[in-house]
Design a protein around this ligand. Sequence first.
Ligand SMILES: [Zn+2]
Length: 55
Amino acid sequence: MATELDHDCPNCGEERNFYRTAATSLHLGLKTKWSCPECDYGFIRIGGDITSATA
Ligand SMILES: [Zn+2]
């Protein structure tokens, strides 16, 4: 699985190459945490869906 992900960062206001900080297997699918390399913005994905954002 990829450990980098191009995604728009609402904090930076442009696309960043997010890096994966954690991965946990759930019955719903793989839960992964991603962080912006330029600021503290991060979000969580379960399977292919972004489920929540953390500051
Ligand atoms: Zn950012």
